[in-house]
Design a binder for this molecule. Structure first.
Ligand code: ZN
Length: 134
């Protein structure tokens, strides 16, 4: 970046976070100011102070996601029809579950599966069928 911008405050900001006009997007600017970092620290402090409460919130969030998954992909094993939700899991039909979990994390995979109904990628299987057919 040359000319007018070279003397401006933009130069104190990391180059990767500029768009083609040398400006930061709102979120990048917020992150640049360290607000997101601060928010993370505040959340961590709250979690440390009251771990039970936040464990419960996380548990409820996981349950909610699972419920949404069953609504979308069916509430029984796609192969044997097993009904007990405690033993039902999300199966990657294309056998790329390990890669996806590494990339997005367990909850991230659920989130991705929920964003769009993709019966070609995901299905619900019970643990038995999961182990037998993998
Ligand atoms: Zn099954």
């Amino acid at each position: 970046m040359t000319s007018i911008l070279s003397d401006s405050i933009y130069d104190e900001r990391p180059a990767f976070s500029r768009n083609h006009q040398g400006e930061l997007s709102t979120w990048q600017y917020v992150d640049y100011l360290g607000i997101l970092e601060k928010k993370k620290m505040v959340m961590k402090r709250l979690r440390d102070r009251n771990p039970e409460k936040y464990k419960e919130i996380a548990r409820k969030s996981r349950l909610k996601k699972r419920k949404a998954l069953f609504n979308l992909y069916g509430d029984r094993c796609a192969i044997c029809g097993f009904l007990d939700k405690r033993a039902l899991t999300l199966d990657h039909i294309q056998k790329n579950g390990k890669d996806e979990r590494q990339k997005y994390g367990e909850q991230g995979v659920y989130k991705k599966a929920l964003q769009k109904y993709r019966p070609d990628l995901y299905r619900i299987l019970c643990m038995n069928c999961q182990f037998i057919y993998r």
